[in-house]
Design a protein around this ligand. Structure first.
Ligand SMILES: Nc1nc2c(ncn2[C@@H]2O[C@H](COP(=O)(O)OP(=O)(O)O)[C@@H](O)[C@H]2O)c(=O)[nH]1
Ligand SMILES: [Mg+2]
Length: 316
């Protein structure tokens, strides 16, 4: 159903991979951690493109997203996951948690992401899901928010008591600090094998899927706390004519009141959401996008397995 999304020629940065293993390393790396620690931001930084949506609101990520980083020596296939939902309940949360568990299975390495200066019960709960047989790298993200190494060292000392981590690397996904170092560390843990994906592929998700996600991100960022969790986005039509993509999309909400919020006074909010989404789509796809967005009400879509499947939550 999904066609892989490639770097457009204008953006292709990956060097060509050699045809046989010959020292080439390749493997699956799951990115896990409690909601909002910056997993998706880190994935995007690692891939160099926005393949996974992010926001200041927890529980933005709802799907298993693959992001691919290829160099001449290694291919790292990152698997981003929703933050594990500890307040379980409801069909959507069950799908999200299953997504996390599935990503852990079959990984060669796990990146366990925490926020600099914070390591609590919700972090520990996620770490407990990681099987002891898989090496785990502790990634201390948001290092830009800590003032000076004098604060990082005691935190690292405390955090590394939680498990025998293979390595601990402080990074900033936002500024890119130490992310290159993290890539070097990761590559050392991958098995020698030929690449799984083409050197120009950045994700296994289709442009159609990514378009819906970018639209959902703008909803998460544009509206207050009460709307995003009841909202999702679907693509009704996706057509390509040369370098132009014509996309007909809908924002799906649970209540008429939420629809009114998303549309805003005089349609201003919806206009802003749609044009921000269009700009991101054009940057990611490397071509012009014509985007039309509607808002639909689907009562109780989050609680219905059939609705969830219809709205694209099939990747459990
Ligand atoms: N200061 C700072 N903020 C970050 C960093 N990485 C992510 N964030 C912010 O943290 C929030 C959550 O990020 P997101 O990637 O969606 O987290 P996820 O839920 O773990 O995927 C967003 O507002 C990001 O901009 C970082 O390195 N430094
Ligand atoms: Mg995320």
């Amino acid at each position: 159903m999904t066609a892989a999304t490639r770097c457009s020629a204008a953006h292709a940065g990956a060097e060509g991979a050699p045809p046989s293993a010959g020292g080439f390393r390749c493997g699956l790396v799951a990115i896990v951690g409690r909601p909002n620690v910056g997993k998706s931001t880190l994935l995007n930084r690692l891939v160099g493109r926005k393949v996974s949506i992010t926001s200041a609101k927890p529980q933005t990520t709802r799907h298993r997203i693959i992001g691919i980083h290829t160099t001449g020596a290694a291919q790292i296939v990152f698997v981003d996951t929703p933050g594990f939902q500890t307040r379980e309940g409801g069909a959507l949360n069950r799908v999200l948690n299953r997504t996390v568990r599935n990503a852990l299975e079959g990984s060669d390495l796990v990146l366990f992401v925490v926020e600099a200066g914070r390591f609590g019960a919700p972090d520990r709960a996620v770490l407990d899901l990681v099987p002891r047989s898989v090496p785990v790298v502790l990634v201390v993200n948001k290092s830009d928010t800590l003032r000076g190494p004098s604060r990082m060292l005691p935190f690292l000392e405390r955090a590394t008591r939680a498990r025998a981590f293979a390595e601990a690397v402080p990074v900033s996904a936002r500024t890119g600090r130490q992310v290159g170092e993290l890539v070097r560390v990761i590559a050392g843990y991958l098995p020698e094998q030929p690449p799984l994906y083409g050197a120009d592929e950045i994700t296994d998700r289709s442009e159609r899927f990514l378009a819906a996600e970018l639209l959902r991100e703008k909803v998460f960022r544009a509206v207050g706390e009460e709307v995003p969790y009841g909202a999702t986005a679907v693509i009704d039509r996706f057509e390509e004519a040369g370098r132009l993509r014509r996309i007909h999309a809908a924002i799906v909400v649970e209540k008429p009141g939420q629809k009114a919020i998303v549309i805003g006074e005089g349609g201003e909010k919806l206009k802003a959401i749609a044009s921000a989404a269009r700009r991101d789509m054009e940057a990611l796809f490397g071509g012009k996008v014509f985007l039309e967005v509607w808002v639909r009400v689907r009562k109780g879509w989050r609680g219905s397995a059939a609705e969830l499947r219809r709205l694209g939550y099939e990747h459990g």
